[in-house]
Design a protein around this ligand. Structure first.
Ligand code: FMN
Length: 215
């Protein structure tokens, strides 16, 4: 098979990112971009992000997860701690997050360190989830091989009966990770491939070095 995609070409013209107009703190720029994209561009799940980990086999692996909270401290998502990504993070907490908001011609790449959030915070979020998602978290030994779909559906049915009328507790192998950023890069597509790239690198607890990168 031979699929030539060489003619896929687009001129990016929706915005600009100038060094003299960016805030000192990159989380503020993240917030501004997130809100703008969420409000004015129809991107579907603005909070969908790719997280890349370095696996126990030495290969990087990327997959999409949903950002559930961001603060000045970092970016939080929820998952199964025993999943492939969970094991990778336990071995090497250095991860990379990326957002691609096609409609806004924007990309954000974040390098950082992943840490489990507190049990209390994970409990709070788990309680706020719909019952079906709570049961799903218990049913699925995420990333393990399953014989067939039926196995999962039967397990769900059993659990529905077992927990009928009862509160469902968060399983201990399910919870949140916070990614504490050390570097963020903001990319805005521009005409003639002269895209804007602004990189923030953490210098100490509060200060960020800000530089423009060649596209
Ligand atoms: C739009 C979208 C959102 C997702 N959100 C999550 C999520 O928040 N948490 C999660 O564990 N997996 C989520 N997934 C599934 C992951 O991409 C992945 O299949 C799963 O976490 C297992 O990854 P692993 O085996 O590499 O650990 C999502 C997938 C998609 C496409």
């Amino acid at each position: 098979m031979d699929a030539d995609l060489g003619n896929y070409r687009k001129s990016y013209e929706k915005g600009e990112l100038l060094l003299n107009s960016v805030p000192e703190n990159p989380i503020e720029l993240f917030r501004d971009w997130f809100i703008e994209v969420d409000t004015h561009f129809n991107v579907g799940e603005t909070n969908a992000m790719t997280i890349s980990t370095v696996g126990l086999d030495g290969y990087p692996k990327s997959r999409v997860v949903l950002l559930k909270k961001y603060t000045h401290e970092g970016f939080i998502f929820y998952t199964n701690y025993n999943s492939e990504k969970g094991k990778a993070i336990a071995d090497n907490p250095n991860v990379c997050l990326s957002f691609f908001w096609h409609a806004a011609e924007r990309q954000i790449i974040i390098k950082g360190k992943a840490e489990k959030i507190s049990e209390n915070l994970s409990d709070g979020y788990f309680e706020s989830r719909p019952r079906g998602s709570q049961l799903g978290a218990i049913v699925s030994n995420q990333s393990e091989v399953v014989k067939d779909r039926k196995e999962l559906e039967l397990k769900l049915k059993d659990l529905e009966a077992k927990f009928e009328g009862m509160e469902i507790e968060r399983p201990h192998n399910w919870g949140g990770f916070i990614i504490k950023p050390v570097e963020l890069e903001f990319w805005q597509g521009r005409p003639n491939r002269l895209h804007d790239r602004i990189r923030y690198q953490l210098q100490d607890d509060y200060n960020w070095k800000i530089e423009r990168l060649a596209p």
